[in-house]
Write a protein that binds this ligand. Structure first.
Ligand code: AFP
Length: 344
């Protein structure tokens, strides 16, 4: 990720201005990444607006399709996917987009000549919450595309995208809509809240740091019988009284990864989604769920592993690859990972 020193951020600064100031502090910047983040911001605003109309217009419920993971696609999954694709259709920066909703990358041929970024997306994470007006989010990861010419296969795409993410983040659509992103540990993690009255994201949480200890863990314990021994032991230790570690922790689990990890980012603690007997590779997707959230949490001083290996060290072999995920305050993730390495 890029190395730049940011101006002192002022609460209430508009996203556009924040990006502009960040660029000015980085003389070699071309402005492309800022433009791309603005495109992402526009998509987030449009999805936020769509969500606010759910229940009033006919956009709730299943679309009748299944996505690449074999999961039922909601109408809003498909709409959010279109909104993101539409956002990148101009500007010449993004020749290919990989999304949870499409088995193959979406190619944007008009951007192929000049475009040097690939965006990996979960357009609407947690969409099973939609029927109950629960929290949902969108997750994005931006990687540089090396080489030249059109990308012809998945293997070629993965071999040409940078190992490091140049930007990563998410939108969380809760009582208010927030954008949280990082361009790397040197630039930190910043949160913006959408002010719907002016249609702008305003800086509301500059330089977010994940607390080194928290009070919460998030896990779908309904599947605990299917977990391996290490995560089971770990969860039991979170439930045990331990004054030094502030335990027992309380459980908070919404069923939307973004909302659950956003809580951990702000309040500390750990989110775990281990491998299960049904999903031995884990359920979550590496390229557009685990890796971008890992980039955010690490840039905020936290940590993320698959139970053994740091998420950001994993080498992807497929666009829709799955992974177990342990993410949150560094001491908690380190403890879970030590157990994973010794107990299995
Ligand atoms: P999608 O709604 O994007 O398919 O994602 C749902 C999700 O991957 C993630 O957001 C949740 O944390 C997780 O699934 C919940 O799954 P469980 O029902 O297995 O806990």
């Amino acid at each position: 990720m890029s190395k730049t020193s940011l101006p002192v951020p002022k609460i209430g600064t508009r996203l556009h201005r924040f990006l502009y100031e960040s660029e000015r502090a980085h003389p070699e910047a071309t402005g492309e990444l800022s433009a791309l983040l603005s495109q992402l911001g526009l998509a987030g605003k449009r999805i936020s607006r769509l969500l606010s109309q759910a229940g009033l217009i006919d956009i709730l419920g299943a679309s009748g399709e299944t996505n690449v993971q074999g999961e039922t696609q909601q109408k809003l999954d498909a709409l959010a996917n279109e909104v993101f694709l539409d956002a990148f259709a101009y500007g010449q920066m993004v020749p290919a987009v990989v999304t949870e909703e499409m088995e193959l990358p979406a190619h944007l041929p008009e951007n192929e000549a000049l475009g040097k970024y690939v965006v990996f997306l979960d357009p609407l994470d947690g969409s099973s919450n939609l029927d109950v007006n629960g929290g949902v989010g969108s997750i994005f990861s931006v990687r540089k595309l090396g080489g030249s010419g059109a990308v012809t296969s998945e293997a070629e795409l993965l071999s040409r995208v940078s190992h490091d993410q140049v930007a990563a983040g998410y939108f969380v659509y809760g009582p208010s809509t927030m954008l949280v992103y990082t361009c790397g540990p040197e630039t930190g993690v910043h949160g913006f809240t959408l002010d719907p009255s002016i249609g702008e994201f305003l800086l509301s949480a500059p330089n977010i740091r994940v607390p080194s200890r928290g009070m919460y863990y998030a896990a779908n314990e309904g599947t605990i019988e299917e977990w391996r021994e290490a995560p089971r032991q770990f969860v039991r230790s979170l439930q045990r009284h331990d004054k030094d570690k502030g335990r027992p922790y309380s459980t908070r689990y919404s069923g939307a990864l973004v909302s659950d990890v956003h809580r951990i980012l702000l309040k500390g603690g750990i989110y775990i989604y281990p491998a299960t007997t049904k999903s031995p590779q884990g359920k979550l997707r590496l390229m557009y769920e685990a890796a971008p959230l890992a980039a955010v949490l690490e840039a905020a001083g936290g940590a993320a592993t698959d139970g053994i290996t740091r998420i950001l060290d994993l080498v992807p072999t497929a666009n829709h690859q799955r992974t177990p995920l342990f993410i949150g305050s560094a001491p908690d993730v380190q403890e879970a990972t030590r157990l994973g390495r010794s107990v299995g």
